[in-house]
Design a protein around this ligand. Sequence first.
Ligand code: TRP
Length: 327
Amino acid sequence: MSRIFSGIQPSGDLHIGNYLGAVKNWVALQGRFESLICIVDYHAITVAYEPQVLRDRTRDMAISLLASGIDPERAVLFVQSAVAEHTELAWIFNTLTPLGELERQTQFKDKSSRQESIPVGLLTYPVLQAADILLYKADLVPVGEDQLQHLELSREVARKWNARFSPDAPFFPEPKAEVTKTPRVMGLDGGAKMSKSLGNTVGLLEEPAAIWEKLKPAVTDPARVRRTDPGTPEVCNIYHLHKAFSPPETVQHVAAQCSTAGWGCIECKKVLFESMTKELTPIRERAAAIRADPATVKAVLRAGADKARAIARVTMREVKERMGFDP
Ligand code: TRP
């Protein structure tokens, strides 16, 4: 059976962009593949942070993932820092990765441009990501499209290590990205991608009333100025959210109503709100139940780390052996 690995930073509440772009896919894949889902807390400290906030967010992310349907019986859910082999392998990969490749990563250029003093960890972030994936010899990595460049780097690291230390038969498989149907969810402000740092998100666990307050003013087709103007569904973010949350019949109906000016945007948003509530309410309720039982969350993460560590140790033994270390 192929193995999938994916990671998510414990950076605040999971929002519907993360949910549609990645998490929903993980839930769909977990029965069909051997799945490892990792809360990557070591990645999260490459930017300024507060220890207590990190602790809370790590727990909150675990709760959100479990509430979204990650099933500990079918997927290994764990926290990166609980498995020391991630950083051990990352160090090894650091010695194989050219500086220029890391400086070319768009995410690095983006994040470092906003900082005066740039931590080396921000630069080598993708090396740790390569270690995450290759430690488990994962074949598939379900991610949003913003991670494709990092994935390419992971493949290069695998090729490099294989060529140097395992030239006859590749030891590490070259992991392939598996991009979701909804790879990029736009923010409600009509501009960029939905992202925590831009403050244009809808939280997965937000109360319906709060979601409606955000949907009401959300940007639609900018060319549709008057109620009687027909709209173009494909350019409207609300329509794209319908495609993610509403059943196909509704999506068709919405497109027809929009392009003939049968509905105004507010009517369309009301229908979207209903579809979203239908999908998100059970998740919010499950999250509340899971939150009330912290011992279980801890036990799930501990058991996940134990399973992950068992796989990681086997990989590291062989890696060290081939590299000339006494394993
Ligand atoms: N960089 C990823 C993100 O920000 C998170 C991540 C870390 C990851 N390690 C990974 C994703 C390994 C996939 C596989 O979304």
